[in-house]
Ligand binder design. Structure first.
Ligand code: AMP
Ligand code: MG
Length: 407
């Protein structure tokens, strides 16, 4: 039996460097960037107005007020997207719309609200004094040409997509989504919609795996719900091994008489890197590899399956697509937390901010079969091996569940 830390090192050593592909900017949301992106021009690209109003020479507006406006002669209109083919001389101005390029000769913009308005006349009354540079957005004031925008390894959200488009990126090189195959095993499993017969259970793990796989950003290559039957396992696996970067299974890796999954992995030539990790729940975790495909055999109890997926399969998917897994945090326990002398102990739980401090409350449902402990949960809490329970007030490690909120 190896420690959780050893298991992580072992897994990381087997993850191949992520592969990349080029996608249209329209398909890039949610993907992980694999290229450097830089400002392809200074931003703003040209001096332009921040307001709808009049481009003026600031000096001409000196002393202007609503009681004694200054009258300037009007030379025309510059619109956003239009040419700035007007030159502003002393005593002159032009109408200018937000985002439009500044005309030569002008050095400030008076908001239309501080004037007699956009009327078709040859002059305009200015009722407020402006200073040089007022209401102008200058070229390069936000970012210079060539400056880095988004580094590789960042997931592309609305902000990143918007910035890439701002600088004209039509395509982006991103990391490939890992292809994952997921399956559940067990003669007792049935699907929602089917009628429960005595001793059957609904197959929740498979649906949890599907949700987690999609959420982390993997592509589901194959799905299966299999009986505890060596032939069907072999058939599914031999195909999944060809089509997947990662295979995750639920059940059938313990010591039961019908726990065939590990045997079939080995029969198909999978190299076992470990089986059994010093953790509770999730001790009979299997990890192996065949021709670059990584295989996790997770034990079937729902809390074990979920915890093992989040602790091992999730960060593996993240690494496979160029992400750095998120670090765990520490929180102060509000209630005692059980510990194991020889194993890392996980419990689902809830963390929240209490002033500036993070506090944690473990679920009171300790059994690995008690999946309702996943409700009202936003973290997996963990205690390293040690003697006796941790007391309220002591520190606990927490993996915040990436989709949940911290309040
Ligand atoms: P196993 O790891 O196959 O020995 O299963 C351990 C326990 O988890 C048993 O009580 C199973 O009935 C339960 N179990 C196995 N697979 C699933 C599943 N897909 N969904 C919910 N519970 C499961
Ligand atoms: Mg089973």
């Amino acid at each position: 039996m190896i420690s959780v830390a050893e298991a992580h090192i072992n897994i990381q050593d087997r993850i191949q460097s992520p592969k990349t592909e080029t996608v249209s900017i329209n398909d890039a949301a949610g993907r992980v960037l694999a290229q450097e992106t830089v400002a392809t021009f200074p931003q703003p690209r040209f001096d332009n107005t921040a307001m709808d109003g009049f481009a003026v020479r600031a000096g001409d507006t000196q002393g202007a007020s609503s009681a004694s406006p200054v009258t300037l002669s009007m030379k025309g209109t510059i619109t956003a997207g239009g040419p700035a083919d007007i030159v502003i001389g002393a005593g002159e101005c032009c109408q200018i719309m937000t985002g439009a390029p500044m005309p030569e000769g002008a050095d400030a913009v008076v908001m239309v609200e501080d004037t007699s308005g956009f009327e078709d006349s040859s002059s305009v009354d200015i009722s407020r004094e402006v200073v040089e540079k007022e209401n102008i957005r200058y070229s390069g004031e936000e970012i210079a040409e060539g400056e880095t925008l988004i580094h590789p390894g960042n997931r592309l959200g609305a902000g990143e997509i918007g910035v890439a488009v701002t600088f004209g990126y039509e395509e982006l090189e991103v990391y490939r989504r890992p292809r994952i195959s997921i399956f559940a095993t067990g003669d007792e499993l049935i699907e929602p919609g089917e009628e429960l017969k005595p001793s059957q259970i609904y197959n929740s793990n498979f649906h949890v795996f599907a949700e987690l796989s999609e959420r982390v950003g993997a592509q589901i290559a194959m799905r299966g719900v299999l009986k505890d039957n060596p032939d069907s396992l072999k058939k599914f696996l031999s195909e999944a091994l060809k089509k997947s970067d990662l295979i995750v299974s639920s059940g059938g890796v313990s010591m039961g008489k019908h726990d065939y999954v590990r045997d079939i992995f080995l029969e198909l030539g999978v190299k076992e890197h470990f089986w059994k990790v010093a953790q509770k729940p999730g001790r009979p975790l299997f990890f192996g590899e065949l021709e670059g495909t990584l295989i996790f055999g997770l034990p079937g109890n729902p809390v074990s399956s979920f915890t093992c997926f989040m602790e091992f399969a999730w960060p593996t998917c993240e690494r496979m697509m160029g992400l750095t897994p998120t670090k765990k945090v520490t929180a102060r326990l509000l209630e005692p937390f059980p510990r194991e002398t020889e194993k890392r102990r996980y419990l689902l739980g809830h963390v929240e901010m209490d002033g500036r401090e993070m506090v944690a409350k473990p679920s009171g449902k300790y059994g690995s079969h008690m999946f309702t402990s996943a409700l009202m949960t936003n973290a997996i809490l963990e205690a390293p091996r040690g003697d006796g329970p941790l007391n309220a007030g002591e520190e606990i490690i927490a993996r915040l569940l990436p989709w949940s909120e911290l309040q």
